[in-house]
Design a protein around this ligand. Structure first.
Ligand code: ZN
Length: 345
């Protein structure tokens, strides 16, 4: 079980980076992996506390979460030989930092500037260019420093997407229970309940999240971190990723558009919750309050793409048994579900 040793969530906490790194036993070289925009906004706030603690800092600026940028991070690690890698930014910056660090057996610290998915705290990273279209297990962050000031200032769409990724745990857990029942798969009560509790807390905070209250943002960030911890406890992404994630990954391989991970998972959760005979109406209502997309057209997708993704989803990862395996769908049934759940008009 790999768990973070330090988790700091609060306002103005970036200034603590130097102390945190020192407290974890580092005292020399650090590489910060970040995107060009985040670099402009926060490089001073990151560099200053580290320089005050006498760290040597190198930056790697990445543009996409692809294999090429992971290799760029690896090259820099081989050259500089840092003690720790800091991944600062949204999902892609953190994923590339995490994967590059894991490939070189170097510890990694997560500094999310947005709360758009649970990769900010998990041991999994989504990188384009590898054979498997779903996230890859590597290493959990040794520390997480989540500055709410930055997260509150990030575009609302990102936090709404993060909520979609948390709400997805309702269907993920039901799929895990099903896999235990039908396939005798290992099921961890503690990990399952931690993921489920995160979904419930975000559900209860829906109105406050929409009102952009600081406490509600903290709830979402803590929920995403708890989901990451749930995966670490389970030793797999099972508590956080079921049929709704397979649907989202299938969409990724069908169409390359700007829809965010949590947004695709949100639509998947509505559809798969209906199939599970779950509370899909509640899921849809909560997502609408928060402002996460509930319709295909909101993601610039048409009905055909949704139906195709539903039919393709169980083939994305055959080892992951879900409701899509037990409810064998055909085109007609899939079309019917998209209409009943109002994902497609
Ligand atoms: Zn996810």
């Amino acid at each position: 079980m790999q768990l973070p040793r330090e988790v700091i969530v609060g306002t103005n906490v970036l200034g603590k980076i130097g102390e945190v790194c020192r407290g974890l036993g580092f005292h020399n070289k650090i590489i910060v992996v970040t995107g060009p925009n985040v670099y402009k906004i926060i490089s001073n706030s990151i560099s200053e506390p580290l320089i005050n603690e006498n760290f040597d800092i190198d930056y790697v600026i990445i543009e996409e979460s692809t294999k090429d940028f992971v290799e760029l991070v690896e090259e820099k690690i081989h050259k500089v030989k840092p003690e720790v890698i800091l991944g600062a930014g949204g999902g892609k910056d953190i994923d590339v930092a995490k994967q590059g660090a894991a490939n070189c057996n170097t510890p990694f610290i997560s500094i999310p500037t947005a709360a758009s998915h649970d990769g900010i705290a998990s041991s999994h990273a989504s990188i384009k260019g590898f054979k498997q279209p779903f996230s890859k297990k590597n290493q959990a962050p040794i520390a997480i420093i989540a500055d709410l000031d930055l997260i509150i200032k990030s575009p609302y769409r990102l936090i709404a997407s993060g909520c979609g990724d948390v709400i997805a745990k309702y269907t993920a857990i039901k799929d895990w229970e099903l896999a235990k029942k039908i396939k005798g798969e290992y099921y961890g009560d503690y990990a399952a309940n931690l993921a489920l509790m995160s979904a419930k807390l975000v559900t209860e905070s829906a109105n406050e999240i929409r009102a952009k209250k600081e406490d509600a943002y903290r709830t979402v960030v803590e929920a995403l971190i708890s989901c990451g911890v749930a995966m670490s406890i389970a030793g797999s992404s099972r508590p956080c990723s079921g049929s709704e994630h397979l649907f989202a990954h299938a969409l990724d391989s069908i169409i390359n558009n700007n829809a965010l991970h949590g947004e695709k998972c949100a639509i998947g959760t509505i559809l798969c919750s209906y199939l599970q005979k779950g509370s899909w109406k509640m899921v849809r209502r909560v997502l609408r309050i928060i402002g996460t997309p509930v319709k295909a057209e909101e993601l610039d997708l048409d009905g055909d793409a949704i139906v195709k993704a539903l039919l393709m989803a169980p083939k994305i990862r055959p080892d992951r048994y879900t409701i899509l395996n037990s409810e064998k769908l055909n085109k007609r049934k899939a079309e019917e579900i998209t209409k009943i759940t109002k994902v497609v008009d």
